[in-house]
Design a protein around this ligand. Structure first.
Ligand code: SAH
Ligand code: SF4
Ligand code: F3S
Length: 477
């Protein structure tokens, strides 16, 4: 491709798109007949479960037009980067890997390279990519996944570079084909976007305002998953607790849990993420009453100081959070609590940081994702004075881990001798404890067993624990 035209496809023109899908499917079928193998795609997914699930939709689209997945970019005819920009290092990883693929493309000029995901929702980053990584053939956004076949068609048939982003993040596409990674567990979107505008976070800018799928759409999807043998679902939203508030017929997250709990075949229901400002008593009651809803809540605190929380625009105080935790522990004594913590937010003083440490000690988390604050252009916090020097951030971060890890190990130690139900998620024949799964409380458990147990829920007695996993043995019950 010596000459490159950049054009934006009108995504409203779905007829054009579906004609292209049919034609592309025919081209790929011809390729299969001629070569005895299918064209291969490889997806690199960065970021959160939203992106993981979007990659399953991208895979579903590609499978429907005759591609097959490969886990090796060297063999791929199409390489897709599904990007994240939540922190600077997420972005840097993408640029690093794109550099590697540039070399590959030199040897395989027909290989198509596509970049999508949250990074591509930002105009500056699209421009940067088009300038610095000229070999990229396709750029699309989080809301234009369904246009991918049309974009591939343009590159393959019209020899045109394709960029397709729509800034209208208000649309929800239902019934997209999905190539699910696991048969027995599945991710299910319940909301898209976010209205919270935490001052450090880019998500509302790239994923748009919060939109809820209707309960009917969600219930139908989960029923179909159950029919297909799926046992565990994880409901996804940036703030699942505000689910349904802007639907034509408002429906709460708690109500949704009761409905999903009735679906035969589904044995476990998880959800991510709960915003502390919206966690209601009704929801606590639903977690307690719905036998399939796992006793685990991921409840990001972000910071312990009221002043930092206010400047983060989190809309709760340390006391409110600790009261919630107390209520959860009182109502559901074996609840597991996990969290996200940011260290070094602009203006964070030593006293502020000690408030975070205090929360960690009081809550006794089962595990936590800890992050160094990362400046994100376009967010309010990026403009704040008093950015914390890197060495101070790192020093606080290490002190946080020194407090956190012994607590996590202690929480795990309390499980020794107990029996937990574990969904077997992977098999590693090179290890003595060949099976790995997660307990209801989201703890990683390694144990001996037959690989036929993959996808089954088994009872495991815990015999030994480490900070990041536990070991046990299968018991009859
Ligand atoms: N919607 C979810 C989380 C989305 S992002 C929630 O509100 O809990 C996942 C985590 O990344 C956040 O909880 C936060 O801890 C972290 N994060 C987001 N922006 C960040 C930034 N600029 N620097 C460091 N960590 C960040
Ligand atoms: Fe980001 Fe806050 Fe929305 Fe979570 S709730 S996605 S941290 S803005
Ligand atoms: Fe997720 Fe990263 Fe986008 S955390 S929503 S993939 S910016």
């Amino acid at each position: 491709m010596s000459k490159i035209n950049i054009e934006t496809i009108n995504t409203e023109n779905t007829k054009l798109s579906s004609e292209r899908i049919i034609e592309l499917r025919n081209i790929n079928e011809q390729y299969f007949i001629m070569n005895g193998k299918r064209k291969l795609y490889h997806i690199l997914t960065y970021g959160c479960q939203m992106n993981e699930h979007d990659s399953e939709k991208i895979g579903g689209m590609l499978t429907s037009i005759g591609y097959e997945e490969t886990d090796d970019s060297q063999n791929a005819d199409l390489v897709i980067f599904n990007t994240c920009l939540i922190r600077e290092n997420a972005e840097l990883k993408v640029y690093g890997k794109l550099g590697e693929v540039k070399g590959l493309k030199r040897h395989k000029p027909d290989m198509i390279v596509a970049v999508c995901g949250c990074m591509m929702q930002k105009e500056e980053l699209r421009q940067k990519l088009l300038k610095q990584f000229k070999f990229v053939d396709i750029i699309f956004g989080t809301n234009t996944i369904q246009e991918l076949p049309g974009l591939i068609y343009d590159v393959e048939v019209n020899k045109k570079k394709s960029v397709d982003i729509i800034d209208n993040t208000e649309l929800i596409y239902e019934n997209m084909p999905k190539s699910r990674k696991f048969k027995y567990k599945a991710l299910v979107n319940i909301t898209y976007g976010c209205n919270n505008f935490c001052t450090y976070c880019v998500v509302p800018y790239v994923r748009g305002r919060e939109k809820s799928r209707t309960p009917e759409e969600i219930i139908n999807e989960v029923r179909a998953l159950a029919f297909d043998g799926c046992k565990e679902i994880t409901l996804l939203g940036q703030n699942v607790n505000s689910y349904g508030s802007n639907l034509e017929n408002p429906f709460t997250f708690a109500e949704l849990l009761y409905e999903l709990n009735k679906i035969d075949g589904i044995e476990r229901i998880r959800f991510m993420t709960s915003h502390p400002k919206d966690l209601t008593d009704d929801l606590i009651k639903a977690i307690k009453e719905c036998n399939k809803v796992c006793n685990h809540v991921h409840l990001p605190i972000q910071a312990g100081s009221d002043d930092v929380l206010r400047r983060m625009n989190r809309k709760y105080t340390k006391d409110h959070y600790l009261n919630l935790v107390e209520k959860l522990k009182k109502e559901i004594p074996d609840i597991a609590l996990t969290t996200d913590i940011i260290v070094g937010f602009p203006g964070e003083t030593e006293e502020d940081f000690l408030e975070t440490i205090d929360v960690v000690k009081k809550v006794q988390y089962d595990s936590a994702f800890t992050f160094l604050y990362s400046v994100r252009e376009g967010t309010k916090a990026a403009e704040m004075e008093d950015q914390i020097p890197d060495d101070v951030k790192h020093e606080r971060f290490n002190r946080l881990l020194d407090v956190l890890y012994p607590i996590v190990l202690d929480r795990n130690s309390q499980c020794i001798g107990n029996v937990y139900s574990v969904l077997v998620e992977s098999v590693n024949n090179t290890s003595e404890n060949s099976l790995t799964g997660r307990s209801e409380h989201f703890r990683l458990v390694h144990f001996k067993g037959n690989e036929e147990l993959l996808g089954q829920i088994v009872n495991v007695k815990i015999t030994n624990v480490k900070t990041f996993h536990m070991e046990g043995e299968i018991v009859e019950q």
